[in-house]
Design a protein around this ligand. Structure first.
Ligand SMILES: [Zn+2]
Length: 349
């Protein structure tokens, strides 16, 4: 396997007894430290390794021979060595571009099965050792639940910005629910309003967003940082509200409306040219309202027809900075004027 050390120096072969022992020993240490759960980053191990070459250690090579014998190749000699076989076929580095690699599909299937067997047995050993419930988490790319990911209870999917929409999040969370799993998300973006939108959409779907702290942002130029470190003052107010009402998450209702069709809160925009996407999130003591504006318009005015019972101080702007949002009372209504693409505020019930 060429250059694997450079690709991922922390990689280990799941067919190696030394690695199996190391992985379990470290997991036990974490259990001793009272970890409530264990997160495995890049849980595909040998399965993923086939994308950049694959593992050809003695354990994998002999394991593959057994796998072939168990899957129809009854007459195959136990001395069959896939590594030597490929070399004799003139393949001494993988992936071999533009040419077929004999038995490759079977080799990949063997490695996938190896990972499933390893993780299943590891999970069982950890549970036996802990003698208490342990939550097993992994990052599952795209929110997909392959055989490997299904060994875990919770998947954390990295969302690219172009997948940040309600339908996608609902589809992934409902698929997880169908499998009796939980789907959480992290957003690959350094845009604060997109992070807040993701937070809102995930919580509304009874899921969660990993706090945007040290988020990997791919696709940036080599010179600029590839990490996003969210500012406490931006995210803390919204997280605080959501946490206060934690017991109510399961009853969270999301309501989506185009403007001029009144929401239960009677939030309306009078401007005909304006197009707002309004979503409200019901908590026990608050409603949190997220409004996405049409970015072609410079400013938006909405009216909150909340009746006499709502006081000015009951409306709290959570994003953007309250200094750039105007809230004023007009008879029984409140006018909110903002020029951002996204505004989030809470309304005390
Ligand atoms: Zn190996």
């Amino acid at each position: 396997m060429r250059n694997w050390k450079l690709k991922n120096p922390y990689w280990g072969c799941v067919n190696s007894p030394e690695f199996q022992k190391l992985f379990l020993d470290q997991s036990r240490k974490l259990i001793d430290l009272e970890a409530y759960g264990l997160f495995v980053d890049d849980a595909r191990f040998n399965d993923q390794a086939t994308e950049w070459g694959g593992c050809f250690c003695d354990h994998c090579v002999s394991g593959f021979t057994t796998y072939l014998q168990d899957n129809g190749a009854d007459t195959l000699s136990s001395t069959f060595n896939y590594r030597d076989y490929l070399r004799s076929a003139g393949i001494d580095s993988l992936p071999a571009k533009n040419r077929q690699v004999p038995l490759w599909t079977l080799y990949r299937a063997f490695q996938t099965k190896s990972v499933i067997r390893f993780l299943t047995s590891w999970r069982k050993s950890v549970e036996n050792y802990a003698r208490r419930p342990v939550t097993f988490l992994t990052n599952n790319y795209g929110g997909q639940w392959t055989g490997i990911y299904q060994i875990f209870d919770i998947g954390v999917a990295e969302l690219p910005e172009n997948r940040l929409n309600r339908d996608y999040i609902l589809a992934r969370t409902s698929e997880a629910g169908r499998l009796n799993k939980k789907q959480y998300f992290t957003l690959s973006s350094d845009d604060e309003s997109k992070q807040l939108k993701a937070l809102f959409l995930t919580y509304s779907a009874n899921s969660a967003l990993i706090i945007p702290w040290d988020v990997h942002v791919p696709g940036k130029s080599q010179k600029s940082a590839t990490r996003f470190l969210g500012k406490n003052q931006t995210f803390q107010p919204v997280y605080k509200l959501l946490r206060e009402d934690e017991s109510k998450f399961s009853q969270a209702v999301i309501k989506s409306n185009q403007t001029r069709r009144a929401t239960p809160l009677q939030i309306v925009s009078k401007s005909k040219a304006d197009s707002l996407h309004i979503q409200s999130y019901d908590l026990e003591r608050y409603k949190i309202i997220m409004i996405e504006g049409n970015n072609r318009l410079k400013s938006h005015i909405i009216t909150i027809q909340a009746g006499k019972t709502i006081k000015l101080e009951d409306i709290k702007i959570l994003f953007p900075n309250p200094n750039i949002v105007q809230v004023r009372k007009e008879e029984h209504n409140y006018k909110v004027e903002f020029s951002n693409e996204l505004i989030i505020f809470s309304l005390k019930k």
